[in-house]
Design a protein around this ligand. Structure first.
Ligand SMILES: Cc1cc2nc3c(=O)[nH]c(=O)nc-3n(C[C@H](O)[C@H](O)[C@H](O)COP(=O)(O)O)c2cc1C
Length: 208
């Protein structure tokens, strides 16, 4: 069994999502002592924004006469897609930034959408090719968005991630949520406690 662990918060020790992804991975390791963990910190080593040069490789599949930057992009895309497809479980630390995700995480996900490898278009529409693996999204956010329809309409973080992953065929998605972490110490402590309880139950069936 293999777990792919992605962190995307730039806030190091102060990060809520990092603390919680580490707890998810620890819980998984307890349930799968022989399991292997592959780690990617896309804040520490952030994929570049896709400019015209990189897009030729990342989206249009160019393989020949590549510039040094394009060769590096080819290698990056291949290893990121390879890591995803080799994983049984994917854990993604995903802070909410301005109602969406940090641009480092967006740039990482941009590399995963590869025609013919993670999705394809058929006569009846798009088909995800990366299914068959479980995803745990650790969602951290300062405010609260899981209550009223108005709040939910502001959520372009979890909603985007679920839509994007679903497009790739990744529909077995569990959200571990710590929200309201900027609404005072009590709210933050309550959010961490709820998320920690949820994490404790995540892999119980596997451990049994
Ligand atoms: C640049 C930035 C933008 C943010 N935007 C939002 C936002 O739109 N909505 C929200 O509820 N919280 C927002 N927050 C708060 C974060 O979601 C919250 O601090 C969360 O814990 C960040 O994850 P992390 O602790 O893993 O870094 C923002 C924080 C930063 C630094």
């Amino acid at each position: 069994m293999k777990l792919l662990h992605i962190d995307s918060s730039p806030l190091g020790q102060a990060s809520v999502s990092r603390q919680l992804t580490a707890a998810v991975v620890q819980a998984w390791q307890q349930a799968n002592p022989a399991g292997e963990v592959v780690y990617r910190d896309v804040a520490a080593v952030a994929p570049a924004h896709l400019d015209g040069e990189l897009l030729q490789v990342a989206k249009f599949g160019a393989n020949q006469d590549l510039s040094p930057a394009q060769q590096a992009e080819r290698a990056l895309v291949d290893s990121l897609v390879g890591e995803l497809l080799a994983a049984d479980v994917v854990v993604i630390g995903a802070p909410m930034y301005n109602f969406s995700v940090p641009s480092q995480l967006k740039a990482y996900l941009d590399r995963l959408a590869q025609p013919g490898r993670t999705f394809r278009y058929t006569e009846s529409g798009p088909q995800g090719l990366a299914g068959g693996r479980k995803v745990v999204i650790v969602s951290s956010r300062g405010g609260k968005y899981a209550g009223t329809p108005y709040e939910a309409a502001l959520d372009h973080q979890e909603a985007y991630l679920k839509a994007f992953l679903g497009f790739l065929g990744l529909t077995d998605v569990t959200i571990v949520r710590a929200e309201g972490v900027a609404m005072g110490p009590e709210s933050k402590a309550g959010a961490l406690e709820a998320a920690t309880t949820q994490i404790g139950a995540l892999f119980l069936a596997e451990a049994a």
